[in-house]
Ligand binder design. Structure first.
Ligand SMILES: [Fe+2]
Length: 184
């Protein structure tokens, strides 16, 4: 399997915008946090988070291809379950339905990053001291970070995690990298 450093180099080789790089670093952190919480493969889940948007720099105008165009770039570098998760994170468009825990984890993890980051930006202390309760409030306020898909975040329930527990995992994962992703 591709190493974490190789994965980051591969991602950067696609010339991602800074926002996208921050997003995948956050997704990686949440995926690692979920794997730890659930006793799964932390390295694999982390690399899936890091690489899930590999093709985004050249599929942003063709959303039906997002996820699929990453496949040739990742062939032989990740196990099939990881490739499936990457296709399923855009399953509504790619036709790959989420099935495994890894699939569900990637979907909710990459979605929650948007809510956490938007919440950090409106807090004077950014990530420091953020609580699940404030994210729950923002979940309900549909005009807040309106593009963040609340339904996909709720898919954490497929992992037998309540929303509050999942938010805690996300906060604990992103807080230590806040300075690297512009949230400090
Ligand atoms: Fe993403």
């Amino acid at each position: 399997m591709i190493s974490r450093d190789e994965a980051l180099e591969l991602f950067k080789s696609q010339n991602p915008e800074e926002n996208l790089l921050n997003h995948v670093l956050e997704a990686e952190a949440v995926m690692r946090g979920l794997a730890e919480k659930l006793g799964r493969d932390v390295e694999l889940w982390g690399v899936v988070g890091l690489l899930h948007d590999l093709d985004f720099p050249f599929t942003k105008d063709t959303p039906e291809k997002h996820g699929l165009e990453s496949m040739p770039l990742l062939e032989g570098k990740l196990p099939e379950e990881a490739l499936h998760a990457i296709r399923a994170h855009n399953g509504e468009m790619t036709g790959t339905a989420p099935e495994s825990d890894l699939d569900w984890a990637l979907r909710c993890a990459e979605s929650v990053t948007g809510l956490v980051a938007a919440n950090a930006m409106v807090r004077p202390t950014k990530m420091t001291g953020m609580k699940p309760k404030s994210l729950k409030k923002k979940m309900k306020d549909k005009s807040f970070a309106a593009k963040v898909n609340r339904e996909t975040i709720r898919e954490c329930e497929k992992l037998n995690l309540e929303l509050g527990e999942f938010f805690q995992v996300a906060i604990d994962a992103i807080t230590p990298i806040a300075d690297k992703v512009g949230l400090a």
